[in-house]
Write a protein that binds this ligand. Structure first.
Ligand code: DQA
Length: 143
């Protein structure tokens, strides 16, 4: 079964609890349910880490293991050249997701290193953005 990695950066383990007025009350578990729902016939590997190096390691694993990557790098979006470099070493489609509408927020959230590699960028759709991103990976990789 083809595998889609759904990678999540720092603080997203607290999704549903942290700043619900910005990020909503649904959890990362709900994200997994949504993604699995729109990608029958695919395995969804839902992962979260607060550590940049761990996310880099998972992207390296995805080189061998995944047909596509959905990634919400969270705060690392705005700082991490290491994640950009790792994604540049991955050959399949990459869709970047932000739960909040980052362009309506502080200026430091307007720049994304990951967008220099992403094949699509979704912001402000809440966790539905993950479903849209997963659907896009399916349509780009379905035979
Ligand atoms: C986020 C937006 C980032 O700016 C922020 O640091 C996050 C979450 C989002 O999903 O809206 O942690 O990526």
């Amino acid at each position: 079964m083809p595998t889609i990695y759904v990678l999540n950066g720092p603080n997203l383990n607290l999704l549903g609890k942290r700043q619900p007025e910005i990020y909503g009350s649904e959890t990362l578990e709900d994200v997994g349910l949504l993604c699995r729902d729109v990608a029958p016939g695919y395995q969804i590997r839902l992962l979260q880490s607060n550590h940049e190096g761990q996310i880099v390691d998972w992207i390296h694993e995805a080189r061998e293991d995944a047909c596509g990557i959905v990634i919400n790098p969270a705060a690392l979006t705005h700082t991490s050249v290491a994640i950009l470099d790792a994604l540049n070493a991955f050959d399949g489609p990459v869709i970047e997701v932000h739960i909040s509408q980052v362009h309506k927020r502080e200026p430091f959230r307007h720049h994304s290193y990951v967008s220099m590699r992403a094949d699509g960028v979704i912001a402000g759709l809440g966790i539905e953005g993950y479903a849209a991103a997963t659907r896009r990976i399916v349509s780009l990789t379905a035979e």
